[in-house]
Design a protein around this ligand. Structure first.
Ligand SMILES: NC(=O)c1ccc[n+]([C@@H]2O[C@H](COP(=O)([O-])OP(=O)(O)OC[C@H]3O[C@@H](n4cnc5c(N)ncnc54)[C@H](OP(=O)(O)O)[C@@H]3O)[C@@H](O)[C@H]2O)c1
Length: 315
């Protein structure tokens, strides 16, 4: 069979955003149990920044390098978020058909900074895939796949009941903006913690109370939480984050989105689609860049202050 080429961004060494280079590589062909997706949008997440830069505390850096490659990324095409259209299917595939609009995550399988990606149609350690919500753009779908999977998995730890007091720490992150909406939908009283410039946004998403981690160090006397969700991960912290933990009721629960591994499961993508189509979840997109401006997108996300997601259009 004649091989075809595709555009892709290659990362041949760890380092600053400039290590990412536009290139031409061979277009992948699906195996029997794989679908080939024409990617319309991917995303730059904080995970991509950690993977590309490898700039992490040793306790994270060593296991990460063992998985990704000791001296350079073993898989040169980074990117773990995709939204696109099924272009072809392997002969054993039955869940998706050509033309389906899909969204998903490839995890350490990566490969989404490209025009095409082949992946198993069923859940695996290299990803999960589902039909994308009908009422969103490809860019929004990518943001919902990453932030939504994180938000839904970890908010489930809280077993939220109507009237519970829930704090979302890092409320302006991708998963934070979605976690507010989920907690609100479960009937919680939501305290959203982020810097003041994002207070208007998080209130619009359903926060009842807002706090600024850059200004406040303490939780007001008498305020207690049934559940605290850290939606920015362990590295980003503050005195207020520590104060949140101390403000839990006696059987209250604290969870960070860094506790354990993100589960790559299509059933949660299905749930996110249902919530989105029902108007419960709305994707927040900070910026969208074309694929050939991926270096600028990485610089922006690396600053650590994006709100919601940053999308990459791949058309
Ligand atoms: N468990 C897993 O397997 C797994 C998998 C993937 C990702 N993750 C975690 O998920 C995170 C997701 O990142 P993301 O891309 O959604 O978000 P992000 O880009 O890390 O978050 C950006 C937000 O962080 C806020 N922020 C910055 N410093 C802060 C601080 N000290 N305290 C509170 N908020 C702060 C910023 O708000 P302001 O502008 O208001 O400061 C900004 O809106 C990753 O960093 C990783 O830790 C976990």
């Amino acid at each position: 069979m004649e091989t075809q080429n595709m555009k892709a961004v290659l990362c041949t060494k760890y380092g600053e955003p400039e290590v990412l280079k536009m290139s031409e590589v061979t277009k992948p062909f699906p195996k029997h149990n794989e679908v080939c997706i024409k990617i319309h949008a991917t995303a730059v997440t904080m995970s991509d920044i950690f993977i590309r830069s490898s700039d992490l505390p040793l306790r994270y850096k060593i296991p990460m390098r063992l998985v990704l490659g000791i001296r350079k990324p073993r898989r040169a095409i980074l990117g773990l978020v995709l939204a696109g259209v099924v272009e072809s299917t392997g002969k054993n595939c039955s869940d998706f058909k050509v033309g389906d609009k899909v969204y998903g995550i490839t995890g350490f399988g990566m490969g989404c900074y490209a025009e095409y990606k082949c992946m198993k149609e069923n859940d695996s350690t290299y990803g999960c895939l589902a039909l994308m919500p009908k009422n969103v753009s490809f860019e929004e779908a990518g943001s919902l796949a990453y932030g939504g999977l994180l938000a839904l998995q970890y908010i489930e730890h809280g077993n939220i009941k109507k009237g519970d007091h829930v704090a979302i720490y890092g409320a302006s992150s991708n998963s934070g903006t979605l976690a507010i909406q989920l907690a609100n939908n479960f009937g919680a009283h939501v305290t959203a913690i982020c810097s003041s410039k994002n207070h208007k946004l998080v209130k619009e998403l359903g926060a009842d109370v807002v706090m600024d981690y850059q200004v406040q160090d303490e939780i007001p006397a008498g305020v207690q939480f049934d559940f605290v969700l850290d939606a920015v991960g362990n590295i980003k912290t503050s005195k207020l984050k520590e104060a949140c933990k101390k403000a839990l009721v006696s059987d209250g629960k604290y969870t960070s989105i860094d506790d354990g591994d993100l589960k790559l499961v299509a059933h949660r993508l299905d749930k996110i689609r249902e919530f989105t189509e029902a108007g419960v979840l709305k994707a927040i997109l900070d910026r969208t860049y074309p694929l050939d401006e991926i270096v600028e997108a990485h610089r922006y996300v690396q600053n650590g202050h994006k709100k919601g997601g940053v999308a990459i259009s791949v058309l």
